[in-house]
Design a protein. Sequence first.
Length: 314
Amino acid sequence: MSQVATAVYAAGAVCWRVIDGRIHVLVVHRTVHGDVTIPKGKVDPGETLPQTAVREIAEETGLAVALGVPVGVSRYPLPSGREKIVHYWAAEVTEKAVLASTFRPNAEIAALEWVTIKRARGYLTYGPDREILDNFAALVDQGVTETFALIVLRHGKAQNRSNWKGTDSTRPLVERGVQQAAALVGTVLAWGPRKIVSSPAVRCVTTVAPLSAATGMKVKRDEGISQDAWEAGNDEVRRVIGKRVRVGKTAVICGHGPVMPEMMREIALATGTPLGSYVTDAASLEVGAFSVVHLSSTNPSSGIIAIETHAPAA
C-alpha cells in the first residue's frame, strides 16, 4: 500500500485579527505535548478538509470562523511511519467571535495566545508551522488579508437532456444530483457565504435549495447566468458577476457547465487579472463541483488571489 493511501489528513487555519493597529495571529499551547502550534486537527469520517478546519478551530479555541485564502499544505512523517498532510487556510476572527468564545483550558489545549507574526515565528515549535505562517505573512505584506470569495458552483447531476420531454430549464436533478446538493452544504458553509445567486433553471435552484434551507438565505434567481440566455447570445454574465465583485461579500453562484468559462472569465476581467490556464481549469467543473475564487476586500487591483476547486460531494 502506498504512503499516500495510508496518510493521515488534517486541516486548520492561521486565525488572525487586528489588535492596536497590528495583525496578530493565534497560537495554541497544547497541554499534553507541551508545544506551541497553529490550531488544526484530523479529519473525521465523512468530513471534507474545509469542514474539518472550521470544526477543529471551534473545538480547540471556541472561535467560530469562516475560511479565507488557502495558505498551504504541510507534510511530515509520524512516529508510526505514516505521513500527515495538513491543509491550512487564513481565517479572520471578528470581535464578535472573540467575545462569544467558549474556550476554557482543557486536557488538550492549555492556553490561547494572540501574538504578532514576528513573535509567533519564535513561539511555534515546528518548522512546517513556521512555513505556513510565512505564507500568511506574504499575504499581509501584499495587503490582501481581508478577502471574500465567489463560489462558482455547477449544478448537480440532472436528467439527461435527450430523455427529457419538457423545456431544458425544467430538467430536474436525478437522485445523485439531489445527494450532491445535500452533501455540499457543510463544505460551502466553511466560507460563510452571505448570498446565493442561481440560474432560474430547476436543476440549479434545486442544487442550492439545501444551502438556502441551512442558512435561511433566499435564492436570488438571475436569468443572466442561465443557459438559455447564454445560448441566445445575451451578454448578461458580466452584469451578474460585476455586481458580486462590487458588493465584496462571499457569495455562491450556481450555474451551468457551458456558462462556467464565461463566469470565470468575467471574474478575471472584473478584477484586472490576466487570463491563464488556471482560470480555464477552474471553470472545467464536473456536475456538483465548485471553484472558490478568493478576492481582496480592500485592494481590488490585486486581482484573483487564489482559486481552489472542490470535487462533487457525492
